[in-house]
Design a protein around this ligand. Sequence first.
Ligand SMILES: NC(=O)c1ccc[n+]([C@@H]2O[C@H](COP(=O)([O-])OP(=O)(O)OC[C@H]3O[C@@H](n4cnc5c(N)ncnc54)[C@H](O)[C@@H]3O)[C@@H](O)[C@H]2O)c1
Length: 374
Amino acid sequence: MRVLVTGGAGFIGSHTVDALLAEGHDVRVLDALVPPVHPQHRFPQHLLDRGVDCIIGDVRDRKAWERALADVDAVFHLAAYQDYLPDFSTFFNTNVVSTALLYEVLVESGLLPHRVVVASSQAVYGEGTYRCSNCPEGRQVHPRLRKEEDLARRLWDLRCTVCGQSMTPEWTDENIVAPHNAYALSKYGEENVALTLGERYNIPSVALRYSIVQGSRQSFHNAYSGILRIFTQRILGGLQPVCYEDGHQLRDYVSVHDVVRANLLALHHDGAVGQAINIGGGRQVSVADFAQLVVKCAGASLEPSAPGLYRVGDTRHVLSSIDRAASLGWRPEVPLSDIVEEYLSWAVAQPDFGDVTTAADEHMRALGTLRHAT
Ligand SMILES: NC(=O)c1ccc[n+]([C@@H]2O[C@H](COP(=O)([O-])OP(=O)(O)OC[C@H]3O[C@@H](n4cnc5c(N)ncnc54)[C@H](O)[C@@H]3O)[C@@H](O)[C@H]2O)c1
């Protein structure tokens, strides 16, 4: 097949390109090479060396789609705007309008690709699913966003709105969605455009809701992603890893290699068509435990600290159920320690590796996104 990967110069995109080449496909990449991910505004050499057809273009531009979609058999739409900044319309223009343009050009040109896969996110769940064991029959709860005044007083945990007791986070399945920021709203919009127009116009489409993806080639300059980057940069610089809140937040980190296998499954498995599917790590890890693991793998002896910093709008715990993906034959395979070790050996070999964490934190503080509890 000839496969188009938008955002193919980025983290998940470039690993996906590798896997597609290994399967023998012709690969085309459409990428705008946007800063801060691409400070040099250049395609990665390994893509150019391997005969990938690299097009510089913006997914908000119809003409870029027209050029990139010529003769393609499948599309991975991974290019996206991801940030904490309050330029709300950029999220919708880049993530939703681009997806509408993709289908618009496909329908107009009469192209019927074998598959369109769009990248959605665990962010669509907001605070996810909890259970209150104190309420009759162990009530399941889908909480709203935490209140700023609670965070400012270090009241990190969500409490049941009926009985006021603390609740236990559960694995969140694909059925209940509660996006609570512009990025999450735009990702939910993107997947709705893809699945609805895909069904309406017989274009087999899949939306994958990735959890927090970790691995080599994650940009050092991206303030959004990268707990591994942040901890690694501090620990290798001899500084304590700093956890936001109390460090007890639960996450289900997933390896980029597992995500790439999920992408290939979505490309090939007809059972995936028409669905939104969670792709997560299937294990609960606290932020503080993750910091300890990075310390151990780096051979350092530092204790993680939790000075009471918090990011406005962050989720307390979020864990995606992977039952739907498992029913199609996918499960995460890469152990957490392998993710960390692979990342460490890749990161230290990069010429631009250095501590940008402090600058990123200062930037978030200036914007009011990162705050200090009293
Ligand atoms: N990394 C994660 O943890 C994670 C989690 C959930 C969902 N996702 C989704 O997966 C996808 C890939 O994420 P990633 O982590 O590889 O990001 P990334 O920033 O490494 O790569 C994104 C690529 O898209 C390109 N791009 C951005 N805006 C563009 C535009 N307007 N036109 C063309 N190209 C543009 C960038 O230049 C970059 O190469 C995104 O859709 C993201 O929302 C990522």
